[in-house]
Design a protein. Structure first.
Length: 337
């Protein structure tokens, strides 16, 4: 499929995601996260593996991200299984320091696209931990923002936007530029929407499922950015609560749909072997079955996989930022300086 045709498709996907999010903010998010999410994790991890995780060195540094995902996700799973008190004391410590771990992983990913020697990587790894610990001591709010938003809204919205911008710098497609502009103005439009909470008839099942999923922390964290809102005083079914949820539902849904629309652009469908395809489809059906059986069980069981695809993408995120910076410098006339 030609790039321009994909850009037109993306415009429609963006508009559909936006409109459905306005009318069904909780239902759309729960559906997208359970149905589209697992397939996205599996196909992206497969593609990243085919691309060697965009790591410059041959040190298999990507394994550090697997360990990061394991030590963060182990405690919630053990706690759900009532095994936390007996087996997970060490994992509880790691889980409580997940903000430091995530920031360390992201900083370490920078070294993986620049350094190749093991001594350099070890030094960068130590530096990333020390820097993150210092941030926790002197800039705790920054670390909280990183811990909450890096694996969530930064991943699904900011990095999606950066990927689209980088793609359009090469493709220079008018519909592609339109889709970027629409993505940028979407949260602005949401902020000025005339939302009437009484118009949203949300079932107890939907509300309880969303609250029980643990995503309420994301809503309250976004609310705190715009005012002094505590968890007890925050209402999902309020004007600000609904606007936040509309944005979350839109960002996640379009993030998934944008990925699936880019099969021919970034070539992730060519990374499949017939065997891998069968395994991915089988696993996806099993994961969706878990969500249908019990949403919280599905969410808990797939926490590792959802976090893994985020942290494995760190080197790609850094690579994209670097390439955007290089293109910007060239356009500003720094090419020969």
């Amino acid at each position: 499929m030609k790039s321009k045709a994909v850009d037109y498709i993306n415009i429609w996907l963006l508009l559909i995601s936006f409109l459905v999010a306005i009318y069904l903010p909780f239902e759309l998010f729960l559906f997208s996260y359970a149905i589209l999410g697992p397939l996205h994790y599996l196909t992206e991890i497969n593609w990243l593996d085919d691309k060697k995780y965009f790591i410059k060195s041959k040190s298999q540094g990507y394994k550090a991200f697997i360990i990061i995902a394991l030590i963060i996700s182990a405690y919630p799973l053990l706690k759900y299984l009532n095994l936390a008190d007996n087996f997970a004391a060490v994992f509880e410590v790691f889980s409580s320091q997940k903000n430091i771990i995530l920031l360390s992983g992201f900083i370490f990913s920078v070294s993986l696209i620049f350094f190749t020697k093991m001594k350099q990587l070890i030094g960068a790894f130590i530096f990333s931990i020390l820097f993150s610990v210092i941030c926790s001591l002197y800039i705790p709010k920054l670390l909280i923002v990183i811990g909450v938003f890096l694996p969530t809204l930064i991943h699904v919205y900011i990095f999606t936007l950066l990927f689209m911008i980088y793609g359009q710098l090469k493709a220079k497609s008018k519909p592609g530029i339109i889709s970027i502009l629409l993505l940028i103005i979407a949260p602005i439009v949401i902020a000025f929407l005339d939302i009437k909470p009484e118009a949203y008839l949300i079932s107890d099942f939907t509300k309880n499922t969303y609250t029980g999923s643990g995503f309420l922390f994301l809503n309250t964290s976004v609310a705190r950015l715009f005012g002094d809102v505590d968890k007890e005083g925050f209402s999902l079914i309020s004007t600000i609560g609904l606007k936040i949820q509309i944005f979350i539902a839109f960002a996640y849904t379009y993030h998934y749909l944008n990925w699936f629309s880019k099969t021919s652009i970034i070539g992730w469908k060519t990374s499949f072997t017939s065997t891998r395809m069968k395994y991915i489809i089988f696993l996806w059906l099993c994961f969706v079955g878990l969500y249908l059986y019990d949403y919280i069980i599905g969410l808990t069981a797939l926490f590792f996989l959802s976090l893994l695809h985020v942290v494995l993408e760190f080197p790609l995120n850094v690579t994209t930022i670097k390439e955007l910076g290089l293109v910007s410098f060239k356009k500003l006339g720094f090419r020969n300086r």
